[in-house]
Design a protein around this ligand. Structure first.
Ligand code: GLN
Length: 245
C-alpha cells in the first residue's frame, strides 16, 4: 500500500501522526507492504500513484500557508480520487476539501471545492473542544468512533455525514452530525489520534486503500488482529463520558 502523507511537517495536531503509525503497523502485522511518502510544499509528486492520501489538522495560520500548494495540486488530487485513491482527512484537512473556511480572524481561506460543505468561524471565538463519540455506519457495519475535537470552524451543508453525535459537537455546535463520508473520502473532526482508538476505522481505511488496486478486496480478507488494548481504552472513554448503553 502506498500512502501520501501531505504536509506531514506542520499539519499534525493532537497526534495525527499516530494515524500513519497505526496504518503502517496494521499493514505490517498482516504482511501487507506499506510505503509512506511525506509530501511537503513544493514537492513534485503524482498523487495518482498512491492508494491513500492522508492530511491531518492544523491551526489557521498553517492552513493558510499550504493553500497555494494545495490549490496547485487540485486537478491531480481530483484525478487520483477519481481513479480510486481514498482520502483520510482530519479537522483542518477536512475543512480544506470543502468550499471555504472562514478563519478565526475573519480571513476567508478557499478550499478545494470538491464538496458543497463550507466552514464558518465560531461566534465570538467559541470553539468545539473536548471528547467526542459518534455512531457511524462503515460499509453497513455500525460502529462507535471516539476521540478528541478542538475546532473553531463550524462546518455546514454536509450532505453525507460520517456519523451521528452521541457526545461532543461534531461538524458544528448544534449539528448533531459529524464528519463526511463517501466512496472517495472520510473527513472528520476527530483527532485523538483517530485510528489507535478506532481499529474499525483503521481497517475500513485500509480496505478502501486496498480497493484502488483490487476493487473486489473485502474486509474479511484482512487477518484479525488483537485489539484488546484499544477496546480497553474505548471502554474507559465510554465510562468517563457516562455512556452506558
Ligand atoms: N484551524 C481549524 C479550526 O480551528 C482546524 C483546527 C484543527 O485542525 N484542529 O477550526
Amino acid at each position: 500500500m502506498k500512502i501520501a502523507w501531505l504536509y506531514h511537517d506542520f499539519m499534525d495536531l493532537y497526534g495525527d501522526k499516530g494515524n500513519i503509525m497505526v496504518l503502517q503497523k496494521r499493514c505490517e502485522d498482516r504482511g501487507i507492504p506499506c510505503q509512506v511518502d511525506k509530501i511537503g510544499i513544493g514537492d513534485e509528486t503524482d498523487l495518482c500513484d498512491y492508494d491513500l492520501i492522508f492530511l491531518g489538522g492544523g491551526a489557521d495560520k498553517e492552513q493558510l500557508q499550504l493553500i497555494p500548494d494545495l490549490m496547485a495540486r487540485r486537478e491531480n488530487i481530483r484525478k487520483a480520487m477519481d481513479e480510486g485513491t481514498f482520502a483520510l482527512l482530519i479537522c483542518g484537512g477536512y475543512q480544506l476539501f470543502g468550499e471555504y473556511y472562514i478563519a478565526a480572524d475573519g480571513t476567508k481561506i478557499d478550499g478545494l471545492g470538491f464538496h458543497s460543505y463550507y466552514t464558518d468561524t465560531g461566534k465570538a471565538g467559541a470553539r468545539c473542544i473536548g471528547n467526542i463519540v459518534i455512531e457511524a455506519q462503515l460499509d453497513g457495519r455500525t460502529t462507535e468512533i471516539m476521540g478528541f475535537e478542538n475546532h473553531g470552524g463550524q462546518t455546514c451543508h454536509v450532505t453525507h455525514p460520517l456519523g451521528k453525535v452521541i457526545k461532543g459537537c461534531g461538524n458544528s455546535f448544534d449539528a448533531g452530525f459529524e464528519g463526511y463520508l463517501d466512496d472517495h473520502m472520510l473527513g472528520t473532526y476527530i483527532h485523538g489520534p483517530l485510528l489507535p482508538k478506532n481499529p474499525d476505522v483503521a481497517d475500513f481505511v485500509i480496505v478502501k486503500a486496498m480497493q484502488k488496486r483490487n476493487p473486489s478486496f473485502r474486509l474479511e480478507e484482512l487477518k484479525p488482529l488483537d485489539d484488546s488494548v484499544a477496546q480497553l481504552a474505548r471502554e474507559q472513554v465510554r465510562r468517563k463520558l457516562g455512556i452506558t448503553e
